[in-house]
Ligand binder design. Structure first.
Ligand code: ZN
Length: 240
């Protein structure tokens, strides 16, 4: 009986050791160190716009990301484990788990994220500074930027009916919105040039406001100094 007090001590020691192992291994092949992608850019370009998985299935692979919906019906942004759609009319809706998607990328923010201070004044400058800040421009990266912006120019696109037209024809129908003095989050990805037509090479950002009423695919923005969370990824998991 006199040995009993040692049991809780041993449990506490064991828990500390386990916690230390988890925290000290961010660079290993954990699921949240990878990007999950459903569909390809090549498919979108050629009108392969039918749903492949549901939003519920997509969210099993990550809490941050972007994409689109069946029939290219609006712009998708995934933030804090919730999936939103910015429709062509600019309205924003949280989407139920059963909603189908033909193309999306998600991941989780990893422990090894770093913060890069960006002084650029616009989207072109942001991309240039992020590219020069990347430790490895042959790897994939996710970015999260929360700030107040004097202007974010976004677009969304109208949903299409099968047989679906090529992407270029749909982009011609895009709606463009200039959001002014808006506070929100930009979520973006960098894909290296060798990605070809699997995904969009370079940078791709979507925006959503803090009040979840404004957003879209980013065409341009005005910035003052912002902190960018940079999360380099160890791999890409692609489902077709
Ligand atoms: Zn987009």
């Amino acid at each position: 009986m006199e040995r009993r007090p040692f049991v809780p001590v041993l449990i506490v020691v064991f828990m500390i050791v386990v916690a230390a192992i988890v925290i000290s291994s961010p660079g290993t092949e954990e699921s949240n160190d990878r990007i999950y992608q459903i569909g390809t850019l090549e498919g979108l370009l050629n009108g392969d716009l039918g749903g492949k998985i549901t939003v519920g299935e997509l969210l099993e692979h990550g809490s941050y990301g972007l994409g689109t919906f069946s029939g290219l019906d609006g712009e998708m942004i995934v933030i804090d484990g919730d999936c939103y759609r910015v429709a062509a009319d600019g309205s924003v809706s949280r989407m139920p788990p059963g909603t189908p998607t033909p193309f999306a990328s998600v991941t989780d923010l990893n422990d090894d994220e770093g913060v890069v201070r960006i002084t650029a004044a616009n989207y072109t400058g942001l991309k240039e500074q992020l590219l020069s800040a990347l430790e490895n421009d042959q790897a994939f990266c996710m970015f999260v930027i929360h700030s107040t912006y004097s202007n974010v120019t976004v677009r969304s696109v109208p949903g299409q009916q099968a047989p679906y037209p090529p992407l270029a024809d749909i982009i011609e129908q895009q709606s463009v919105y200039h959001l002014e003095d808006v506070t929100g989050t930009l979520i973006g990805f960098y894909a290296p040039p060798y990605i070809g037509t699997v995904d969009q090479a370079g940078f791709h950002f979507h925006f959503i406001s803090d009040d979840r009423t404004l957003g879209g695919h980013v065409l341009d923005m005005e910035l003052s100094d912002v902190d960018v969370m940079v999360d380099q990824k160890m791999g890409l998991d692609l489902d077709l």
